[in-house]
Design a protein around this ligand. Structure first.
Ligand SMILES: Cc1ncc(COP(=O)(O)O)c(C=O)c1O
Length: 302
């Protein structure tokens, strides 16, 4: 039996895989694909608002930089990726309220194994666009701190937005077991890094704080919030943050394309707020306004 979909409109979507637009049940990669053989892929999550793709250039920069750092060969050009993205959104008539998972794998191997020498036919681009509301409840979420650390640049550099998500998945499992919404991950020195799928901000006495992007993903929503807050006259400080600073924060919120800005109400049983704080609400409003007005129009390439 087919399980119920979170959004039933996604039953009949068309997915772009390796140059073809295919119905969801036929949209597949080979068992020889590098993503199957070693999680050897890079990805982006993008959102569509009012006929525009938010922060498209920043997402393409991060995708292509990640592919370059991973020494992928046969990488599609920026305009080919853009074209595949716009074709997919247009084929699905998705012009608002959609989320796109854009994945670039190292492509098919000639036999199973991990060595990139076994890749001889270039990358495989997947554009999976779905109807998707922000994934976290707008009213706020509860976190636990995870025993699993985020990788430092000594292990796997978080500036590569890659598909090896096992440590984040293990952290998400801890959150599930604890009955909360998500897991707060520390870096190898014990400082706060990010949640398993979002960046984090604290507010204390009117100032916003966020960890350095050393072990966390340099999130595009994170960068947007820093810029919008500073333009709005707020002070934003990037610094090492300990769990004590989290527990004693006046406000906390997460940022990410998938969940936008989500208030954090509790961490490890310590109450941070009963509802979204004032600065959080202000940043949510500025972000909502910005993404609706500033994206790349979907039909711009036609
Ligand atoms: C681990 C992690 N942190 C943070 C984010 C948020 O990044 P962005 O704002 O670019 O969506 C993501 C999203 O992909 C993520 O996977």
């Amino acid at each position: 039996m087919t399980p119920a979909l979170p959004d039933p409109r996604n039953a009949n979507i068309l997915v772009h895989v390796g140059g073809q637009l295919l119905p969801r049940d036929q949209a597949k990669v080979s068992v020889f694909d590098s993503s199957v053989q070693g999680g050897d892929a890079v990805w982006e999550g993008l959102r569509v608002y009012d006929g525009r793709v938010a922060e498209l250039e920043a997402h393409l920069d991060r995708l292509l930089d990640s592919a370059k750092a991973m020494a992928f060969e046969g990488v599609p050009s920026r305009s080919q990726v853009e074209r595949a993205l716009f074709d997919t959104l247009e084929a699905n008539s998705m012009f608002d309220g959609a989320h796109v998972r854009l994945t670039l794998t190292r492509g098919e191997k000639i036999t199973s194994g991990m060595n990139p020498r076994l890749n001889q036919s270039g990358c495989c681009l997947i554009v999976l666009a779905e109807w998707k509301a922000p994934v976290y409840p707008g009213a706020g979420i509860r976190l636990i701190s995870s025993a699993i650390r985020r990788n430092s640049p000594q292990c796997v550099d978080s500036k590569i937005h890659h598909n090896n998500l096992i440590n984040n998945i293990l952290a998400a499992i801890e959150a599930n077991v604890a009955g909360v919404d998500s897991a707060l991950m520390l870096d190898v020195n014990g400082f706060v890094s990010e949640t398993n799928d979002t960046n984090v901000f604290l507010a204390k006495k009117g100032v916003l704080y966020t960890p350095h992007a050393d072990s966390c993903l340099p999130g595009i929503t994170r960068a947007m919030v820093i810029k919008l807050a500073r333009e709005d006259g707020a002070t934003v400080v990037e610094k090492n943050l300990s769990l004590t600073e989290v527990y004693s924060a006046d406000e906390m919120f997460t940022t990410g394309t998938m969940g936008e800005l989500t208030p954090v109400l509790e961490v490890d049983g310590r109450r941070i707020g009963e509802q979204a704080g004032e600065l959080t609400g202000r940043m949510q409003a500025l972000h909502g306004n910005f993404v609706r007005k500033n994206g790349t129009p979907i039909k711009s390439l036609k």
